[in-house]
Design a protein around this ligand. Structure first.
Ligand code: GAR
Length: 213
């Protein structure tokens, strides 16, 4: 046995992911499944939510993943909430933080604790239709093509550097529910692919450009 193979050798740490959710958590489920199936070489180390009734919390519990909830109503203001959220996330020492249907704007405490290490998935082709009503906004506008975007989070609302996008056609019979469900099918695949890439590479961010080496 060489010195390098000796029992003292430490295996490199697998990427650690904290996922933030507010709702059903189907994107979270895709990440959990990908980790379980070895499609994603990473560990989901915690799932955080802003509300105790987020259905995705059950998905985490079923997979044996620790959860935490930081409801804004428990705090005196936005800054105190944001600081508490940053502390909770930090406890799990994440390599990446994934906002997957987390319907809150992250503040300075969270952003500065994990610079260029927080990604978001959004159900539209940014910069079109940012915000909380992307799917209905796209339908109301009458666009014929929409999609999803996975991007780094910065101080703005859905303005951070784009990592990947996928498009799909809007069908004449689509309503908000059917369209969102079809977007989410594509979105789940894209999110797993992007997280996998991020976990396998070193990420360099220069302005709006993101390079993986
Ligand atoms: C996803 O479509 C995600 O892009 C969207 O919420 C959905 C969550 O679905 N997020 C936003 O609209 C953020 N602006 P899920 O809970 O089933 O993963």
């Amino acid at each position: 046995m060489s010195a390098e193979e000796s029992v003292g050798a430490v295996a490199p740490r697998r990427p650690r992911i904290v996922v933030l959710i507010s709702g059903s958590g189907t994107n979270l489920q895709a990440l959990l499944d990908a980790c379980r199936d070895g499609e994603l070489t990473a560990d989901i180390v915690a799932v955080g939510a802003d509300r105790t009734d987020a259905a995705g919390l059950h998905r985490a519990a079923t997979s044996g993943v620790p959860t935490f909830v930081v409801p804004p109503a428990d705090f005196t203001g936005r800054q105190a909430w944001d600081e508490a959220l940053a502390s909770q996330i930090a406890l799990f020492e994440p390599t990446w933080v994934v906002s997957a249907g987390f319907m809150r704007i992250l503040g300075a405490a969270v952003l500065s604790a994990f610079p260029n290490r927080i990604i978001n998935t959004h159900p539209a082709l940014l910069p079109s239709f940012p915000g909380a009503h992307a799917v209905s906004d796209a339908l109301s506008y009458g666009v014929k093509v929409t999609g999803c975007t996975v991007h780094l989070i910065d101080q703005g609302v859905d303005t951070g550097p784009v990592l990947a996008q996928r498009s799909l056609r809007i069908e004449p019979e689509d309503d908000e529910h059917t369209l969102h469900e079809r977007i989410k099918e594509v979105e789940r695949e894209l999110l797993v692919e992007v997280v996998d890439q991020l976990c396998r590479h070193t990420v360099h961010v220069v302005g709006r450009e993101v390079k993986l080496t």
